[in-house]
Design a protein. Structure first.
Ligand SMILES: [Zn+2]
Length: 962
């Protein structure tokens, strides 16, 4: 539910979670265990060789580079520069400046004035925020220019020039700095939610005696608002130099040429006189338990966390087989523990809603300590019982380990993921290589080729028995000691609440440690998903569609199945299905059931299997299947690998023929919903989205978000009834199956399972359009109490446009050009928002085709709300007069490039085929032709004649209450 990771990474634009999964555990216990088995296991830990397809080099000045030629996707390349420094290197007068500096990298440098980098890369079709971006965390700062078209070598050389400007050529002009202060302030406000405030306030106690406790990347606004330019420059000169930098370039590149250019551009760079080396910052052990208990009014629910700190793996071992062993054993432990908790949580008297274990850097930030962590969301008022349960379950694995069944399932799950990845080894995308290069540079992790990697996993999974993992748990789960134990309780603050105290927590833990625990009993069904094979259907008609390259099979029961074999990914098959139906058939009595329908369906069992038995039976299978109700259509969504295609078909068969209520799992869902919904209004963002929904849909109850008061109207029986009404007659369904499969074998599966589904041939019709969208001029300007002032503005404009491909494309242009204009004027020039979004689209119900324009932005400070609103109106008016020619070109470049990338994705083809069936619209054949033809005049005309002319404007503004 919650994760700390977001608090520790801030970005140039848009939110980004940095996921760097690393291995950890009580390393000493682990080594001890290995020592015991040393003789029969392995004499030493061999070093894992790097993948020779990636060229790694180092210049004399210390700059490292990673270069790899890769053609997935074709004709594009990704450029990165990683710095081994972050907010940890700031001194007290610089708190927040590592991140500020990262923003300044886009505001002027040696070869690119002002927003020149943003403008130049947009000209290549690179979207700012998505493909051009950066992030700052405590120990690292990484910049990127991704999806750069490779047709022109000079464009690629210019990207390297940008990297070199970032490395040592930032202008850091005082007037640009002043403009950026508001943007950062806006980012701070946007991120300042309950969890951010709680972490910020308690970080020093989580890292007593360590600088880590005082270096949240977003920093101090007192510093951001008033620092002198020289203070920023001092950080830049001291820490940004070649020894702390790596260039990573992956894609359709000439590696030799790239290497030569890097040598020319970077070879002459010398560290500044004030340059310093990164020194490790210690995170001391704690002898007594660290106990952090705090609360916030905007917390939606209380969360508890137990961390058992340990020393991380020494850097010199991270590229050895030892790292694989360690990773395997910790992954297995987490996987087995989490499956167990997933079962426990279904028991009616379980005191928590969620209990999850992971191994990661302590608090997600430091490479100096790891932690085995359990995160817990207690049921309301059950904090003590939940804490006791967490301690009890940790002690249970310490005393008894895991069972053979748990072990086998976890192993199958882990190895089937590895196998899936390995099967796609020749189709890996650029970004899949980036993570390995970055981890190799920053942490010294191994960077092997796919064969070596997979072989290591196979060897280790065969070598490590359950007893070894249980023995490790016995030693490594240190829940019985106070040393290096950390307890965090972040509570929801409200009148009359009882909070856990430190004394309570200590007593609960002491009592739980004194309890006697018993071994876990594993219940799993050992029988096939489908006991008796159904009678297969037949293909009665086969028709090829040459435009989109698929074959449509009509089956004896009336179902139609479109097969499209592709070679985009070797490990992917996607399945979708739809039929007329949908939620609009049902009236007010079912609104609550409909709003939660998909969640309720996910609690079902199938055939003879309860929900948890089904999950266990699917161990080692890579397949997902879900069903849902759109407005006017029923939907089926699935994905799998070639190996598990039959299992996916079996799930589909069972969904249509044997869905079963599972009371325990359903009750767990209701408990979770109650906790989450009860306090949903605490977050200010909810007020904005509720107001928007209310006015957009003319206060129609059907579209209102689910409230806690709706829960009493939900019925598991009724949801099952709806499921049977909508998903039992396959005759109206059309399915698409796209990906890597053998056609004959897939036809056999289709006949065996889809062909065997019941058919009533009711010939269901779609319901009419049930929506009423707002019209006229609606304004809602309201105040709301909030812990941190976070004003927000949102605008909608509604018009009409025929549902044609050209109009769809014009809408994309209109939205994207407007967004560029708004980013320039509202964000970059006025510093009034950290981010501002605009998009235009056709609402695609065929009877009435609306054109909608949507603009939304969190505003930096309350004082800037009116400025932002004026600027938005001005940008819209300017664009109606004349869309910026240069921006239209940039959007065109991006759409054309993206079209080529998308053409090699299975999901794209699914969308194309579905749109063809539902609307009779070909959104593929002429797409690039129309994108190439669009003129600025047409974009302006679309905005004017298809949207603004109708004078339907909805404006919602939220301001902080005084
Ligand atoms: Zn930022």
């Amino acid at each position: 539910m919650f994760t700390f990771a977001t608090v520790f990474t801030v970005t140039k634009q848009e939110h980004q979670i940095q996921t760097m999964k690393r291995i950890s555990l009580l390393i000493s216990a682990f080594l001890l265990f290995l020592g015991n088995l040393h003789a029969q296991m392995m004499p030493q830990f061999p070093t894992i060789p790097n993948d020779t397809e990636t060229r790694v080099g180092k210049l004399d000045n210390g700059l490292t580079y990673y270069l790899r030629h890769n053609e997935k996707p074709e004709h594009v390349a990704d450029f990165y520069i990683a710095q081994r420094v972050g907010s940890l290197q700031e001194d007290d007068s610089q708190r927040g400046l590592a991140h500020f500096l990262e923003h300044m990298a886009f505001n002027g440098s040696r070869h690119f004035n002002g927003n020149g980098i943003i403008d130049f890369t947009r000209g290549l079709g690179v979207a700012f925020g998505k493909d051009l971006n950066a992030y700052t965390s405590i120990e690292q700062t990484v910049y990127r220019i991704c999806n750069v078209p490779t047709q022109r070598q000079t464009a690629l050389d210019s990207c390297l020039l940008i990297l070199s400007d970032w490395s040592n050529g930032l202008s850091l002009l005082p007037e640009e700095i002043d403009k950026e202060r508001g943007v950062i302030h806006g980012e701070w406000a946007m991120r300042n939610n309950a969890i951010q405030r709680l972490v910020e306030r308690n970080l020093p106690q989580l890292f007593p005696g360590s600088k880590y406790g005082e270096r949240l990347p977003i920093g101090l606004m007192a510093v951001v608002d008033s620092f002198q330019p020289q203070t920023l420059r001092a950080y830049y000169e001291k820490w940004y130099h070649p020894e702390h930098q790596a260039i990573i370039v992956i894609g359709d590149i000439d590696v030799d040429h790239t290497e030569k250019t890097i040598k020319e551009l970077f070879g002459g760079i010398k560290a500044h006189d004030n340059a310093a080396h990164v020194e490790p910052v210690a995170v001391p052990d704690n002898d007594n338990m660290i106990c952090i208990i705090d609360k916030d009014k905007e917390m939606q629910y209380t969360m508890l966390e137990l961390d058992m700190k340990s020393d991380p793996m020494p850097r010199e071992m991270r590229n050895t087989q030892f790292a694989y062993l360690f990773n395997y054993m910790t992954s297995m432990t987490c996987s087995m523990f989490n499956e167990r908790m997933n079962e426990l949580v279904r028991e009616p008297d379980c005191p928590f809603l969620q209990l999850v274990m992971n191994y990661a850097p302590y608090i997600g930030v430091t490479t100096m300590k790891d932690a085995m962590t359990v995160e817990c969301v207690p049921k309301e008022g059950k904090e003590k019982e939940a804490l006791a349960a967490a301690v009890r379950e940790l002690r249970r694995i310490k005393a008894y380990g895991f069972t053979a069944g748990e072990f086998l399932r976890a192993k199958e799950n882990i190895m089937s993921q590895k196998e899936k990845a390995y099967s796609n080894r020749n189709k890996r995308k650029n970004d899949e290589f980036y993570g390995a290069c970055l981890a190799n540079y920053l942490n010294g992790n191994a960077m092997p080729d796919a064969d070596t990697d997979y072989k290591q996993w196979q060897t280790i999974s065969q070598m490590i028995p359950l007893e070894a993992i249980n023995q490790m748990c016995a030693q490594a789960v240190s829940i019985d000691e106070d040393k290096n134990l950390v307890l965090i309780c972040f509570a929801q603050e409200k009148d009359g609440a009882q909070y856990l105290t430190e004394a309570d927590a200590k007593k609960v833990i002491a009592d739980a440690r004194a309890e006697k625990v018993e071994a876990w009993v594993d219940n799993a069904k050992d029988e096939p998903l489908i006991a008796e094979m159904p009678k297969a259907g037949k293909v009665v008609k086969e028709k090829k569609n040459d435009t989109f390259g698929y074959t449509e099979l009509t089956l004896s029961n009336g179902a139609r199945v479109c097969l499209k074999k592709t070679d985009f990914k070797d490990d992917e098959i996607i399945l979708q299905g739809w039929a007329p139906g949908g939620s609009w058939q049902y009236g007010a009595a079912d609104y609550s059931n409909l709003k939660i329908f998909e969640n309720v369906v996910s609690t079902y069992g199938m055939g003879n299997f309860s929900n948890s038995e089904l999950q266990k039976a699917l161990a080692g299978k890579q397949c997902r299947l879900s069903i849902g109700l759109g407005n006017r259509y029923n939907n089926v969504n699935g994905n799998t690998t070639p190996k598990d295609a039959e299992t996916l078909m079996q799930l589909l068969y069972l969904t249509f023929t044997a869905p079963q209520k599972d009371e325990k799992t359903y009750a767990t869902l209701m408990n979770t919903l109650e906790t989450v919904l009860k306090n949903r209004d605490l977050q200010p963002e909810t007020a904005i989205s509720d107001s928007l929904t209310k006015y957009l849909t003319c206060d129609n109850e059907r579209f209102k978000q689910l409230q806690v008061s709706d829960l009493k109207n939900i019925s598991a029986d009724r949801c099952l009834e709806i499921t049977r009404e909508q998903f039992s007659d396959v005759s109206d369904y059309v399915f698409t199956i796209i990906g890597n499969f053998e056609e004959a074998e897939m036809q056999r599966l289709v006949c065996q399972y889809i062909g065997a589904l019941p058919s009533k041939k009711n010939g269901k019709k779609n319901t009419a359009d049930m929506r009423t969208l707002f019209s006229g001029d609606i304004q809602c300007d309201f105040d709301r109490k909030m812990e941190t002032p976070k004003p927000y503005v949102a605008l909608y404009f509604k018009g009409e446009a025929a549902h044609t491909l050209r109009n769809r494309i014009l809408a994309s242009f209109a939205g994207e050009v407007l967004q560029m204009q708004l980013l320039k004027e509202v964000r970059e020039d006025a510093g009034a928002a950290y981010n501002i979004g605009a998009s235009a689209y056709l609402d695609t119900e065929p009877e009435k085709s609306f054109a909608l324009l949507r603009i939304g932005a969190p505003i930096s400070t309350p004082e800037k709300v009116d400025t932002a609103l004026l600027l938005i109106d001005k940008c819209v008016a300017d664009m109606v007069r004349q869309a910026d020619t240069d921006m239209v070109e940039k959007v065109r470049a991006n759409l054309l490039k993206q079209a080529d990338i998308n053409a090699r994705r299975n999901n794209t083809w699914q969308g194309i085929i579905e749109t063809w069936y539902i609307y009779g619209l070909d959104v593929c054949t002429d797409y690039k032709k129309i994108v190439s033809e669009v003129t600025p005049e047409e974009v302006s005309a679309f905005l004017r004649d298809n949207i603004l002319k109708y004078d339907n404007k909805l404006k919602v503004v939220m301001r902080p209450a005084k």
